[in-house]
Design a protein around this ligand. Sequence first.
Ligand SMILES: C[S@@+](CC[C@H](N)C(=O)[O-])C[C@H]1O[C@@H](n2cnc3c(N)ncnc32)[C@H](O)[C@@H]1O
Length: 356
Amino acid sequence: MGQVPVTDTPQPGTAPAGVVAPVVDRHGLTHLAYGFMASKALFAALGVDLFSCLAAGERTVPELSASTGVAAHRLATLLHALAGVGLVVAGPDGYTNAPAAQRYLVRGAPGDLGDYFRLQVAQQVYPALLHLDAGLAGTGVAFDAWSGLLADPGEARVFTEAQHAGSLGPARRLADRLAPAGPCSVLDVGGGSGAFSYALCARDPGVRATVLDLPAVVDVAREYRERAGLTDRVTLLAADAVRDPWPGGLDVVLMSYLLSALGDAEIDVVLAKAHACLRPGGLLVVHDFVLHDDAPGPAPAALWFLQYVASRPDAVSFSGATLAARLRGHGFAPRRPEVLIPEITKVIVSSTAVPT
Ligand SMILES: C[S@@+](CC[C@H](N)C(=O)[O-])C[C@H]1O[C@@H](n2cnc3c(N)ncnc32)[C@H](O)[C@@H]1O
């Protein structure tokens, strides 16, 4: 879960990035209350690949109707909505993509996030959020945590393919930052498709990785490993990270979006296991949603934490400081958190003590 923000720079009239502006008027409230409708317009457009149809430039409504197969009068209504929220731009004869749509929503573009939004956010996260009231009340949740949902091979495929699309860019950035050099064994816990492991392997030929995830997810990861040409350097381990044993003597344990997906007590279980399976001086790399320590937000990270409340009663949120305290409690020496996806995720690298 978690994504690059579609808006990289503050919009006119909004607070600078990182500062939460209190909602002061009805317009602000309306913007929030109607947000779901705007999201649905975006997902519906992705569903008929509308942004790809506009990739080459302006198209008229009849042209778009022919390409998408959507009746012109219904498509016109969708286009009005998309233009209203700024995803397409209306011209004298037709429509063009807004810059972010052209960059992130055109199928096959280098920054393509369409599958991530359409599959994971629209088809799995939003339906789960319909159970948020019950989750908050503690009277029921959408499903038995993500591990319950992902026991189903079809759901595991949808989730993992979408997550792969979302994780490729951040994985490359993290690999560049960690810059492994020389022999290095990595355990990628809750590794999903293995996107982060492949990026680390691509960065240095000395990296060997094990991707540990639930069995139905590992079945999908096998295909990505094949495509990456890394069957000889990446091992797949079908296991439950909380209940099953992990390999030992490792240089690096990576947890990308794992801790946020676990319950409070399970976080302690996996941190203890990480410490036990690292060699002295080994590194734990946590990449996840992280709240500010001393200010509200950032909103996307806070909202991602909230959606977990819909799917498990023991979900918790954490800031850099609360996570660092927890890491210290398990014998780690955490460094300062560093932003990986602005407003959404941070990376906290911690070392285990080297015996003197
Ligand atoms: C949001 S995905 C992140 C995948 C990958 N780390 C990435 O960043 O692209 C969270 C992953 O944690 C896995 N996961 C959740 N609970 C798990 C558990 N108890 N044991 C193993 N994997 C688990 C899920 O199956 C899923 O693949």
